[in-house]
Design a binder for this molecule. Structure first.
Ligand SMILES: [Zn+2]
Length: 270
């Protein structure tokens, strides 16, 4: 599943092709992804794109009076298409833009969704319940410490809760805990203020670094040009089980918890 860095990379790349241009019409080849595609999107006609934003893992196209809220689910991709010859069976939605490009939504597993909403997208039920953005000041050590003090769940599970902080999934929770030297299954309330301080800094660091490197392509993530992200080579633990720790040469462990794989080094992390 794409996490914050991948969605940010996508947003930054599609932005110059969309902002200020018009959606002339759409071609919807598959009317049902996770939810039905709203008729307003199927019959969209000459709508100006005022802005393109990201909130958590959502990409939002802001129109004059409405917004289109897009979630990529597990395997969704947004592509900038300049030459429309090849269409494959996973290409579900095209937005035809008046600068001769197509914004194409492709999704193998179809867990993504598109929502039509008024232009105050922040009031949408999915967006409203989201916690702070990890790369803003509202995600800070005092905020996280206050929350962790009250929770006995594993710190990794807590970091992946969107109502606490958005956009951190399995990749970046595993990686940020590794570079913070904290075991992922530690109960949140056992973390000291110093450890939280380090964790908050490292989360921001790793997300910035991944964005700079085009995100992580582990499953099928590609950017709007069809290019893979480069961050995979910087991973310390994620999907590196049985490989040697890059710091201490011990084997990386994998543990399945709540159906998610957790990766860690039993020497570097305490
Ligand atoms: Zn190690």
């Amino acid at each position: 599943m794409p996490e914050l860095p991948e969605i940010e990379v996508i947003k930054n790349l599609i932005y110059p092709f969309l902002k200020g241009y018009n959606i002339t019409y759409s071609i919807v080849r598959n009317k049902k992804l996770k939810y039905l595609i709203p008729k307003e999107i199927i019959f969209i006609n000459n709508q100006k794109i005022i802005n393109v934003k990201r909130r958590g893992r959502y990409i939002i196209l802001i129109l004059q009076n409405n917004s289109i809220i897009i979630h990529l689910g597990m395997t969704g991709n947004l592509l900038i298409i300049k030459d429309n010859k090849k269409i494959n069976k996973n290409d579900h939605i095209d937005l035809i833009i008046d600068n001769h490009i197509i914004l194409r939504y492709s999704d193998i597993r179809k867990f993504g969704f598109w929502i039509w909403y008024n232009k105050n997208y922040k009031n949408n039920v999915f967006i409203k319940k989201l916690g702070p953005e990890p790369l803003t000041k509202s995600f800070n050590n005092l905020y996280l410490y206050k929350i962790t003090q009250k929770k006995k769940i594993p710190i990794k599970v807590l970091l992946m809760m969107n109502e606490i902080v958005v956009g951190i999934g399995n990749i970046y929770s595993n990686e940020s805990l590794f570079i913070s030297k904290i075991l992922p299954y530690r109960k949140a309330n056992t973390l000291t203020f110093t450890e939280i301080n380090i964790l908050v800094k490292k989360i921001k660091y790793i997300l910035y670094k991944s964005i700079k490197n085009g995100g992580t392509s582990i499953c099928n993530y590609i950017d709007p040009y069809g290019k893979k992200g480069n961050f995979s080579k910087f991973l310390f633990v994620y999907k590196r089980n049985n490989k040697l720790c890059k710091i201490c040469q011990t084997k990386i462990f994998k543990m399945i918890h709540r159906n998610r794989s957790t990766f860690f080094c039993s020497v570097c992390q305490i």
